[in-house]
Design a protein around this ligand. Sequence first.
Ligand SMILES: C[S@@+](CC[C@H](N)C(=O)[O-])C[C@H]1O[C@@H](n2cnc3c(N)ncnc32)[C@H](O)[C@@H]1O
Length: 230
Amino acid sequence: MTDESDTEVEWPKNEEKFYYDAKEYWSQVPTTVDGMLGGFEKISPTDINGSKAFLRPFLKIGKGKTNTHRALDCGAGIGRITKRLLLPMFDTVDMVELNQKFLDSAKSFIGQDVSRVDRFICSGLQDFTPEAGRYDLIWTQWVLGHLTEDHLVAFFKRCKAGLATDGLIVVKENVSGSEKTEFDELDSSFTRCKESYTTAMRKAGLTILKEERQKGFPKGLYSVFMFALK
Ligand SMILES: C[S@@+](CC[C@H](N)C(=O)[O-])C[C@H]1O[C@@H](n2cnc3c(N)ncnc32)[C@H](O)[C@@H]1O
């Protein structure tokens, strides 16, 4: 999460190892909000409030066009976003997450509203296809660095097909300060520069409706950008 590296990315030559190492890393992480945020639990309220303010104007409840029937939380972890952002706004939420232990913890972490979580899907996003036309919102946050370039574009394309009428994709990710993509060996993830994301979005045929930098995070962390896409 911290912006300490100024080394240029070395793209992993071994895709299998790239995904294996990330899975191993996350399997050791505690099933807590602090674990989800790499020791930065304190930024969670600022993050959620920034997301709400960004999302609301697109939704019918905020005078926008997007329905609030069903959302998908991608790389959902224990359900921090499902619980605090999506369930308060959407009738039902599906969660897709690589590690079963996080999905298991989600049931107690979310509490009684977990009855409105419809599907708990244990899968890597690289292998996951959202059901066609199912989602008013597909939310992806702090997970896309775990996909290779080709898988990122392909995933965006599948998300586009997963949207209902007037549906929306939101991407909220760290971006590197330079024009370079960085690789973190610790959790086997990329931190892409903003242009790398926007290029992948365009390659997937997505239109960027709005982009905004999250404000109020402590100094020393990567910049975080939100993109609304259709
Ligand atoms: C930094 S945490 C963020 C969790 C959640 N999005 C949040 O903001 O609270 C990253 C999550 O992505 C999951 N993850 C890592 N690689 C993944 C992949 N290839 N597909 C789906 N989930 C993945 C991890 O298990 C972990 O739960």
